[in-house]
Design a binder for this molecule. Structure first.
Ligand code: OGA
Ligand code: MN
Length: 280
């Protein structure tokens, strides 16, 4: 039997963003109204969490497809030939899956902001977890944008920034050793969410390296200010994972980061993303 709207409860997780969706078993399909309620909660809260799930790759695929077409993993780091939409975010090497983003802390970023068409949504399903750490932080980029001084917003509104990601690089450094041929794209400093119509700050510490049209030191200084501003605790929800959590976040209005964890412990997350649209 499909999940219906009457089954669903939406419970906010913090003042910044995030809501838990209760009453849904993701091994079952959603009817149209149930999906609309979940989508509305996702628009309102930027990321949604389903706890206590026991889902297959196909279940995660079915859930993601309600939100749009799936994205094939563009880096080639898909789990295996049969699962070309799935990336295993893991340091676990004994399962036969290709690994990606294996260990350690990651700075704030928005998935695929270095492509012309970044993904709309990303999902992670927690399969194995370290005892402590490896939490995922989510920042509300609408709130960050809206809290900037009016003068600064006016100045930034028409500007674009370069987003670049060097896959050989370390996810907690940026700077001198970036490969100039790494995937990169200029996107607005503040993008407009196509469904909600709201503007969200769209620069991040891991991947944004310059604002087009500003002198180099002003670009550096402005980005530093924007990174510090957008990462303030008032904009951030920290997700402490439990096995069986499925989280979906909206890459058009949030960014995320990961805290350190012991690399000798296993962490395995199954990740599937939904294709996005042109950024404006
Ligand atoms: C990702 C990502 C963070 C994490 O999958 O895009 O940033 O907590 N993951 O593993
Ligand atoms: Mn990411």
């Amino acid at each position: 039997m499909a999940t219906t709207i009457a089954d669903i409860e939406v419970v906010p997780l913090s003042n910044a963003c995030g809501a838990e969706i209760r009453g849904v078993d993701l091994t079952k399909p959603l009817d149209e109204e149930a999906f609309k309620k979940i989508e509305a909660a996702w628009f309102d809260h930027l990321l949604i969490v389903f706890r206590g799930q026991n889902i297959s790759n196909d279940d995660q695929v079915r859930f993601c497809r309600y939100f749009g077409d799936l994205e094939e993993v563009r880096t080639g780091k898909f789990a295996n030939e049969e699962m070309r939409h799935t990336m295993m975010i893991t340091n676990v090497t004994d399962t036969g899956f290709q690994t990606a983003l294996e260990d350690g802390e990651m700075w704030f970023h928005s998935d695929q902001c270095y492509y012309e068409i970044p993904c709309r949504a990303s999902t992670l399903y927690a399969m194995e977890l370290p005892r402590v750490g490896g939490n995922t932080l989510f920042a509300n980029c609408y709130a960050a944008w809206e809290a900037l001084p009016g003068e600064l917003r006016k100045k930034l509104a028409g500007l674009k920034a370069r987003n670049i990601y060097d896959y050989a690089g370390n996810p907690v450094t940026r700077g001198d050793n970036i490969d100039p041929n790494a995937p990169q794209y200029f996107h607005p400093v503040a993008r407009t969410h196509p469904a909600t119509g709201r503007k969200a700050l769209y620069v991040n510490r891991l991947m944004t390296d310059m604002i087009e049209g500003l002198p180099e030191d002003e670009s550096e200084e402005t980005l530093k200010q924007l990174f510090e501003h957008s990462e303030k605790p008032e904009f951030v929800y920290e997700h402490v994972w439990k096995i069986g959590d499925l989280v979906m976040w909206d890459n058009r209005c949030s960014m995320h980061a990961r805290t350190h964890f012991d690399p000798t412990e296993r962490r395995m997350m199954r990740r599937i993303t939904v294709k996005g649209e042109a950024v404006s």
